[in-house]
Design a protein around this ligand. Structure first.
Ligand code: ACO
Length: 335
């Protein structure tokens, strides 16, 4: 097996900011409720007519530039998303074509907000085994497109964006050290878009009933998230032969500051080692971890040799953690 890790990173978010004050005018909510329950102050919303691939392409191009890798070198494209441009074809094929990537396998990966870590795991295995040489892994979601903007219990939580990494061979001792993925489908009803799939194809009635929007049982997801963030982090560290004290940078899925705080407290990870940007972006689903990684790199918090642990949870219910010895260049090109 060859050492394999992240060679470059990039992210892209829409310019339009939707603040809590804006939401106060749309639904019966308040800045105080949103801030105290979630930590979110604003989120980014894609322009009308834009699709997930538009943001995936921007993030992917930045990751390629940061890695110094040309599109011709990429032989695998994975787009983790719950909000692909279409049901058919895959968003990954659209991204592959628009980035000028030739002769690559391309597919979408559906694991909700855990999708980026899932895709990183798949690319790591594909490259370290020698089956592929360089992969472009993108987490991209426009959750604003499947949110019911009249449902205050969900619409305040989400934002749009994309983050991408290039995965390839690294120096020995660097790169992904271990991953841990899991799923518990008994929690499928807790985060679900009831209609528009094969179970309930879209009809005038399903649209009328708002069944094409995301439905969430928030408190069930909350309890699951706090428990699984701790369990997944401990398991990936065990697989890597490391301990929580070894973590230089903890990059949790950015869904809710209370989930992040509770998980960090259980793990004993101190604040200065945690990346938090949920206040500016909300929950960007599969994009949240690579956006957080990209910002940490820009801020000089991420250097070669650092031990990074990424951990996410999401619809499925799913979870995923990755432990990496950071291998990408320290500055430039990330955003
Ligand atoms: N503004 C004001 N009041 C609200 C709002 C709002 N935006 N939303 C809900 N409420 C009300 C409800 O109507 C309810 O009122 P009631 O008690 O009179 O019925 C009350 O607030 C609910 O309060 P709590 O149960 O105390 O809310 P909680 O502390 O559970 O916070 C939250 C809710 C923020 C949704 C939390 O449960 C959470 O973060 N869950 C996890 C969600 C998550 O991470 N989802 C993403 C998963 S990743 C993916 O794959 C998409």
């Amino acid at each position: 097996m060859r050492p394999t890790g992240i060679l470059g990173i990039g992210y892209a978010v829409p310019e339009r900011r939707l603040t809590n004050a804006d939401l106060e005018k749309m639904v019966d909510t308040s800045d105080e409720w949103i801030t105290s329950r979630t930590g979110i102050k604003e989120r980014r919303i894609a322009a009308p007519g834009e699709a997930t691939s538009d943001w995936a392409v921007r993030a992917g191009a930045k990751a390629l530039a940061h890695a110094g890798v040309s599109p011709e070198e990429i032989d695998l494209v994975i787009v983790a998303t719950a909000t692909g441009d279409y049901v058919v074809p895959s968003t990954a094929s659209i991204v592959q074509h628009r980035l000028g990537i030739q002769s690559a396998a391309a597919y979408d990966l559906g694991a909700g907000c855990s999708g980026f870590v899932y895709a990183l795991d798949q690319a790591w295995h594909a490259v370290r085994s020698g089956g592929y040489n360089k992969a472009l892994v993108i987490g991209a979601d426009l959750i604003s497109r499947i949110v019911n903007w009249q449902d205050r219990s969900t619409c305040v939580l989400f934002g749009d964006g994309a983050g991408a990494v290039v995965v390839g061979e690294t120096e020995p001792g660097y790169g992904v050290l271990a991953t841990y993925l899991g799923s518990d489908g008994s929690g499928a009803p807790f985060l679900c878009v009831p209609a528009g799939g094969s179970r309930r194809p879209a009809t005038a009635e399903t649209v009328q009933a708002g069944e094409h929007f995301l439905r969430m049982v928030g408190n069930e997801v909350f309890k699951f998230a706090v428990r699984i963030m701790e369990e997944a982090t401990l398991e990936v560290l065990r697989r890597a032969g490391l301990a929580t004290d070894d973590i230089d940078l903890f990059v949790p899925h950015q869904a809710n500051i209370r989930i992040i705080d509770a998980a960090a407290k259980r793990l004993g990870v101190s604040d200065e080692r945690i990346v938090v940007n949920v206040q500016r972006y909300g929950n960007t689903s599969a994009a949240s971890i690579p956006i957080a990684l990209g910002e940490a790199l820009e801020e000089g918090r991420l250097r070669p040799g650092h031990l990074v642990v990424c951990v996410g949870f999401g619809a499925g219910l799913t979870w995923g953690a990755a432990a990496l010895r950071w291998s990408a260049a320290p500055a430039g090109g990330a955003a």
